[in-house]
Ligand binder design. Structure first.
Ligand code: ADP
Ligand code: MG
Length: 205
């Protein structure tokens, strides 16, 4: 596969979490990826088990450390004291909360394909903590929550969606949630308009 094809065919894994399904946001959220020109290549509803959720979040052995450090930095940036200085202690508690949150109702799992799909979807999703995620993003527009609120109640931050953080993470997550035959390879007519090297105008080439 050429470098070009690889970029155009990049895939990312996405979950509409139980709170977003309950709040009737499936359409609103999906619309944002459709309108930017990404291609939906797999979709299904599911009710996840706690084991599947734990395995999902620990596919990357570094996730525990990184997420703990991100939380500590989030507190410090606001001039607040984090619940612990140990990133792993923080993430152990987060993982417990995530298993409850992510299994609390149906979710919608998706695979989106297109150039730079991983980064584009993360940009549209916004930062992890709704309090500080940008206006205009999914997490910035449709929900209010913070590390402080979640940690005080020993629960996961309710931020509506999951999106892969890197191409490697996406590959692992897609395999974890979908069988190869559930992912459909097809062309969208708009790909021609968006990326074809040559444009054929009304008067021909
Ligand atoms: P993201 O979903 O933005 O990739 P992470 O991978 O760091 O974020 O964390 C996974 C999920 O765990 C978050 O989406 C959120 O629901 C939850 N979470 C992360 N950090 C905390 C925290 N400090 N307290 C409660 N929940 C958290
Ligand atoms: Mg993540």
């Amino acid at each position: 596969m050429s470098h070009e094809t690889q970029i155009k065919g990049e895939r990312t894994f996405f979950i509409i979490k139980p709170d977003a399904v309950q709040r009737g946001l499936v359409g609103e959220i999906t619309k944002r990826f459709e309108r930017i020109g990404l291609k939906l290549v797999a979709v299904k509803t599911a009710v996840a088990t706690p084991e599947h959720v734990e395995a999902h979040y620990t596919l990357d052995p570094e996730w525990k450390r990184i997420t703990g450090e991100k939380t500590i930095a989030g507190y410090k940036k606001k001039g607040m004291t984090p619940p612990s200085e140990d990133p792993l202690e923080i993430t152990d508690a987060v993982l417990k909360g995530l298993k409850v949150y992510m299994t609390s109702g149906p979710i919608v799992c998706m695979v989106w394909e297109g150039p730079h799909a991983v980064k584009i979807v993360r940009k549209i999703v916004g930062g992890t903590e709704p309090l500080t995620s940008d206006v205009g993003t999914i997490r910035g527009d449709y929900v209010i929550d913070s590390y402080q609120m979640a940690d005080a109640d020993n629960r996961a931050v309710r931020n509506l969606v999951h999106a892969s953080g890197s191409v490697k993470e996406a590959e692992n997550e897609i395999k974890h949630w979908f069988k190869p035959e559930e992912i459909i390879d097809y062309k969208l007519i708009q790909e021609q308009v968006m990326y074809a090297p040559e444009i054929e105008g009304v008067f021909g080439k």
